[in-house]
Design a protein around this ligand. Sequence first.
Ligand SMILES: Cc1ncc(COP(=O)(O)O)c(C=O)c1O
Length: 438
Amino acid sequence: MLDPALAQLLPRTCEVRDGVLHLGGVSVTELAATYETPVIAYDAADVTAAALDWTHAFDDYSPGAMIAYASKAFSSVGMLRLLGDLGIGADVASRGELESALRAGIDPRRIVVHGNNKSRSELEAAVAAGVGLIVVDAADELELLTEVAAAASRPQSILVRLNPDIVVETHHYINTAHAGSKFGVPGDMATELLRRAAQSPWLLPRGVHVHLGSQLLDVAPWAEVLTWLAAWALQLRDDHGIAIDVLDLGGGLGIAYTEQDTPPAPADIARTITDTLAHAWAPTGLPLPALVLEPGRSIVGRAAMTIYTVGVVKDAGEIRYVNVDGGMSDNPRPVLYQATYRALLGARMDDAPDGTWWVAGVHCESGDVLIEDAALPTPRAGDLLVVPATGAYAASMASTYNLVPRCAVVLVEDGAHRLLLRRETLDDLFARDAGVTP
Ligand SMILES: Cc1ncc(COP(=O)(O)O)c(C=O)c1O
């Protein structure tokens, strides 16, 4: 029986049988033996439950909300197909992410295109694909997009990314709506861009986009930003006669990485948004906007775990290290954001922790430490060390640093498992090395 505080870090299907952790009915030992370690394993049932939590959260809001999965959290065609089949769209921020969503068969009308420096060819590809919304991030981009849409003779619906200058409580690298952020434009510039777009026969200005930041553990910022937006939208209508029919409130809902984290649920965010619209937006007399949400982490974050094999266990004086066969190349979040994680010995779940170890990776960086002070039963070489909640911004940010091949990513469902992304081979590593003789 899993402790409930620990269970919330793991996919909903997780259970312990004879001391071995299972997800989706498959043991971590079987996954390690089949795919080698490290391996990142997603539970399809957990992804589905999290995605449906988002769509159902807005059941009472008419006409519902479009949920566009932020594919930067983890992108593979198989994952996007699973989500697309549930009616979820995609937020894409590069040509590659757009291609991934299209190859997964996601309806282009449910694709939202982001980026603070989109190239002409990216915009051309998005317009040609018939994407639902392009989120304009700057005045230069508005001009470029006008040219691209005109050349393609395809009027394009757009949002303007608005920066309301709100600072939220999270790591400053993932705080995105403060003054000086590289994303979006301030309110007066957003007004100007919407006004210019309204004059172009090739642009259809539909509204604005705001993304507050990521890994937010409190609903208050959504109420704050919506109250601000209601006053701004009223001014926009009164001064320029422009209506906001679409409001894209981005992503940002956090997940639990350790037993101490207590994130709100999608239903809490939905309630805050609909209540604030009722109390701050409706009194302005403006029609209620159609909503778009772009959750990434809260759909896939909890659904996956990374399974490593323990190698050297070493006492370095002040600190005891347990070294695993991956590290910052398969999960750069601890190095980038000082992110915290929990560790488990996946085949010794019934052994009680008897000390703390730092979980270190294989890379030539002192900072390549996945977890400091991880409470564990004394680890031994060959143990499987599992890090829960690695479904978001781990595989998608993976690198081949030190020429370490990227690990396999697999999907587990109803007692079966299959590859989403195969492990890289040594030949893959040299595939673009021009110095290699054929
Ligand atoms: C524009 C935009 N939308 C959505 C997201 C997804 O955020 P999260 O994964 O925190 O839900 C991000 C993440 O940075 C983003 O920049």
